[in-house]
Design a protein around this ligand. Structure first.
Ligand code: MN9
Length: 287
């Protein structure tokens, strides 16, 4: 797997139920934007604010709208190993190409417990598994030593989604683990991640900037650094405004302005303030 993968948002109706129709539209819009794959039901999809049945509904809706046009990775991470396995088994049934999981959080689990969580999921689901390394989100940072040990022990481990500004760690994963696939996780450093050896990038802003990042990826691969840098600069200008008002709320607002009814984020995310809505309306022609 390689290239630009959209970390899909989950559209909600005004009563906060999943808007399956809008989700299918979002999938088709992204395929038309030339992205290479989907990362389904991750942080961007508000997975931690959904129950297991809802997360399965998202997997199902995306699989049917995507219809194998591009690669699909299902995020099954949970604080509970059993729930992660249950979600993984569903993803496998639905024809996903791989699964991914964030490390379990809240209890401050030991490194041994976290390793066992991944081995248990890999064994029970029997699919290529990507570790979702998101230190800022769950207080656990995967080290290169730990990753080397895990990948040598469990052959179903296929890669790492590295959502961290530590690009030296990304480089070490690539240099020390034979055949590992690493995806860069923060869109604002996509080009930097690629230049340090990432095989691709998974991100939330690709929901509406898939075309720009697909072009950036191609430019980088063909050695046109000048164009790749210009595209990254343009994206960073947009992302920096979004960071000010709430990234997911802003992404939903932009896509709604583009014609896909994304609705609100689930509580406790706050609704987008009026000033943020105006800022998004101002950004739309930069996309
Ligand atoms: O999946 C996303 N990570 C999180 C990747 O939301 C935690 C990124 O795409 C960010 O939303 C984006 C803005 O900071 O880079």
């Amino acid at each position: 797997m390689k290239g630009i993968f959209t970390a899909l948002l989950t559209p909600f109706n005004s009563d906060y139920s999943i808007n399956e129709k809008a989700l299918a539209e979002l999938v088709r819009f992204n395929i038309d934007s030339s992205i290479n794959g989907f990362y389904v039901g991750g942080s961007t999809g508000e997975c931690m604010l959904m129950d297991a049945e809802e997360r399965k509904t998202v997997f199902r809706t995306v699989a049917s709208a995507c219809d194998r046009a591009v690669d699909m990775i299902a995020h099954v991470g949970s604080i509970s190993t059993d729930e992660a396995i249950e979600l993984g088994i569903e993803a496998k049934k639905l024809g996903y190409d791989a699964i991914s999981a964030v490390a379990p959080f809240y209890y401050g689990f030991s490194a041994e417990a976290i390793k066992k969580y991944y081995y248990d999921i890999a064994e029970a689901v029997d699919m290529p598994l990507f570790i979702y390394n998101f230190p800022a989100g769950n207080g656990f940072g995967l080290t290169a030593d730990m990753a080397c040990e895990m990948f040598s022990k469990e052959k179903r481990l296929a890669g790492i989604k590295h959502t961290s500004n530590d690009l030296f760690a990304l480089k070490q994963f690539k240099q020390r683990i034979d055949g590992v696939t690493v995806f860069n996780g923060y869109d604002e450093i996509c080009l930097a991640g690629l230049s340090m050896g990432a095989d691709g990038a998974i991100g939330s802003t690709y929901n509406f900037m898939g075309k720009k990042f697909a072009e950036l990826y191609q430019a980088f691969r063909s050695g046109n650094l000048e164009l790749a840098q210009r595209l990254q600069d343009e994206a960073c200008e947009i992302i920096s405004v979004m960071c000010k008002y709430g990234v997911f709320q802003c992404e939903k607002e932009i896509l709604t302005l583009m014609g896909i009814d994304m609705g609100p984020c689930r509580r406790p995310f706050l609704p987008l303030v009026e000033e943020g809505r105006k800022a998004m309306a101002g950004l739309i022609n930069l996309i």
